[in-house]
Design a protein around this ligand. Structure first.
Ligand code: ASP
Length: 341
């Protein structure tokens, strides 16, 4: 009888260990893709009635940006190179609120923020409040690789740009009529005291537009980058989520994440790092981690994110109604889209 009880107890123990293992296996045994990349051109509210030519211009530019990063990865290039060049393309395209197309501050200036993070070293570089740097993400990369520091602001960041020979331009370079008109409308509404931080849905579409990219390369390294003009009518000196490591931008050896949307909400929830922590400590899949962040942590209308994981999975999700986005991988999976569904 005692022998039977021992065998029974032993079997129960084995069963329990088995259960624990299967609970923990949610995130393992996945087929690994050689490389993957995802990018965004901002989350917000974009009406589905957007003029067809404008919609096509967005879709074409998303495809082009994706092609730049994919080619680098397919040829064995690094995740860092892929995301930097992808973001550079979006920074140079005035459709997006980053680089050339940056939105205006309440004072009528363009103050740019950017960050980049190398998941394989956990090193990062960030800059905020620059007004003369053509491609802020490239300066952020130099901060990461050529300085002892992580984060430079305003005049100091621009002095550093000269030291490391990153291109500077006249602030006029960032003037675009559409963004300027957007500021005028925002100021007008502010005067009428009828606005709040998020404004009307139409204005939200103009207010946001940050760009970002995340990638996994053939060596298994992950990296994330984000670049922005911030939010239309932001007050002087305002720093958003983008250059705050762990909020708008984060990468480690498991996931890489880039955010877009209402910066204050993104940073208060330490969003990108929250996704990474959920992935690690819950042993969750990338999609489960993304769902947790977008659906449970943030509130509807707050933000959107793109992410890749160490298996080469990608995930892109917003709760703002729309997010310009594109992703692909070495297996030929591909998604390019604007609206939530
Ligand atoms: N998150 C950016 C910021 O608050 C804005 C955006 O994503 O469009 O600066």
């Amino acid at each position: 009888m005692r022998k039977l009880t021992t065998i029974f107890t032993f079997s129960i123990m084995l069963l329990m260990i088995g259960c624990q293992q299967s609970e923990q296996s949610g995130n393992s045994n996945q087929q690994t893709k050689e490389w993957a990349i995802a990018l965004h051109g901002g989350a917000g509210y974009v009406s589905k009635d957007m003029p067809e030519d404008r919609k096509q211009a967005y879709l074409e530019s998303l495809e082009e940006a994706l092609a730049i990063g994919s080619e680098i990865l397919e040829n064995g290039g690094s995740a860092l190179d892929a995301i930097e060049k992808t973001v550079n393309y979006l920074e140079d395209n005035e459709l997006y609120n980053a680089g050339k197309g940056a939105v205006f501050t309440s004072e009528g200036k363009n103050e740019l923020d950017a960050a980049i993070m190398d998941g394989s070293t956990l090193n990062a570089g960030a800059i905020t409040g620059v007004t003369t740097v053509k491609n802020p993400v490239s300066l952020a990369r130099k901060v990461m690789t050529e300085s002892k520091h992580v984060f430079f602001s305003a005049a100091g960041a621009e002095a550093f740009a000269d030291q490391v020979e990153v291109e500077r331009v006249d602030p006029e370079y960032f003037f675009t009529e559409s963004r300027y008109q957007s500021l005028q409308r925002a100021l007008e509404r502010e005067k009428q005291e009828s606005s709040n931080l998020l404004d009307t849905p139409e204005e939200k579409a103009w207010k946001y537009g940050t760009v970002g990219a995340v990638a996994k390369d053939k060596n298994g390294n992950l990296a994330a980058a984000t670049s922005t003009g911030g939010m239309t009518n932001k007050k002087f000196g305002r720093v958003g989520d983008v250059p705050i490591i762990g909020s708008g931008t984060y990468a480690n050896d498991e996931v890489a994440v880039s955010a877009t949307g209402w910066g204050e909400r993104i940073m208060l929830n330490v969003s990108a790092h929250t996704l990474a922590s959920y992935y690690k400590f819950k042993n969750a899949t990338l999609q489960q981690s993304m769902d947790y962040l977008v659906d449970d942590v943030l509130e509807p209308g707050d933000a959107g994110f793109i992410a890749v994981d160490k298996y080469g999975n990608f995930s892109m999700k917003t709760n703002t109604g729309s997010m310009f986005r594109a992703a692909t991988d070495s297996e030929g999976n591909k998604e390019v889209g604007i609206w939530e569904d």
